[in-house]
Design a protein around this ligand. Sequence first.
Ligand code: TXA
Ligand code: MG
Length: 335
Amino acid sequence: MNFNITTQQWIVSDTPPDWQRSAEFAKAVQLLRDGELVAIPTETVYGLAADATNGEACAKIYEAKGRPEFNPLISHLPDYETTRQHGLFNDDAHKLAQSFWPGPLTLVLPRKAGSPISELVSAGLNTVALRVPASPLMQALSNAVGHPLAAPSANLSGQISPTTGQDVVQDMAGRVAMVIDTGPTTIGLESTIVACIGENPILLRPGGIPEEDLVQVLGRAIARAESNDDAPEAPGMLSSHYAPHARIRLNVSNVGSHEGLLAFGPSLPANAGNCRKVFNLSEKSDLREAASRLFAGLRSLDASGVEQIAVMPIPNAGLGDAINDRLKRASAPRK
Ligand code: TXA
Ligand code: MG
C-alpha cells in the first residue's frame, strides 16, 4: 500500500448544521463512494471507515491498520430502519436496538440474505456486526454515502484506540485520505458488543453500555464470552463460524480432477483444466482484490461439493500475510 497519501484533516463540530453544506462533507462522501478510507468520529472512539459493500475498499482498512489477520469489522448505519436490511433481529436484538440506538452498542446478528455487506467485513462468518453511532456527522455520512460504513478503531494494530483527532493523525497520517476531527469523543471506550444469534444473548465485549443496563432491558442475565482481537468469538459459544467442509491443500503446483482450485495470478497449473472448478482470487495478482474475494472463493468452491480445495501459492507480502494466515487456519486438521 502507498503510505504517502496526502491526509486532509477536517476540524469541525459534530453539531449540525456546521458541516451540512460544507465542501469537506461533500468531499468525505465522495472519497467513501470512491472506495477511499476516511477516519470518522463516533461517540466511543474514532473509526477508520470504508464503504462496507466494497470489498477492495475494506481490504485497504486491514492494510492501513497493519493488521496481520482478518478480524471481522463493525458496520455503522444511520438508523435502526436501515440496519434491518442487513441483520435478522430476534426479540432480544429488537429490545436492545430500541433502547440503546443510537449509542455505544454493537449487535452481532445472523446476516440477512441479500445484504450487500462484503464477506471480508464478516471475515467469513455468517453474522454481521451492526451499530448505529450517536454522532450526527457519522449518521449523515452513512446516509449520504447510501451504504453502511465498515470501521474498526482508527489505530494501528496493537496500539490503543484513538479518542481525539490528533491520536488518529498520529497513527494514520499518510494512510487515509481524510481525518474528520470533532475533538475528544464523549465516551472514550469502545461499544458494548452483544451477539443475538441463538436462544440467549451473549456479551462479547464489555464497553460503553454497562451490563446492568442490558440486563434491565433484556429482563434476564446475560452470558459473557471472553473476546479480544485475537479471539473475536469464544469457541463453542457462537456456532456460526465458517470453515469450509472441503479439506484444504496449500501451495499447490498441480491440481487433481477431484479438487477445486483456488487460483492466484494469470498462469494456472497445467492440469487446471481437468479439475472440478476454478475460482481465481485475482488474475492480475492483486493482493487487495484477492483479499476481497477470499471468503467468497472458499464458499463458492465449497458449495460446488468438492472434497478438497487446492490453493496456489500467495505471496506473503502486504495483505498476503492475512490471506495466508486465514488459509493456514482453514487447512488445520479438524477436531
Ligand atoms: O466503539 C466501537 O465499537 C468502535 C467504533 C469505531 O465503532 N469500533 C471498534 O471496532 O471498536 P474494532 O474493529 O476495533 O472492534 C470490533 C470488534 C472486534 O473484536 C471484532 O472481532 C468484533 O467486533 N466483531 C465484529 N464483527 C463480529 C462478528 N460478526 N462476530 C463476532 N465478533 C465480531
Ligand atoms: Mg480496536
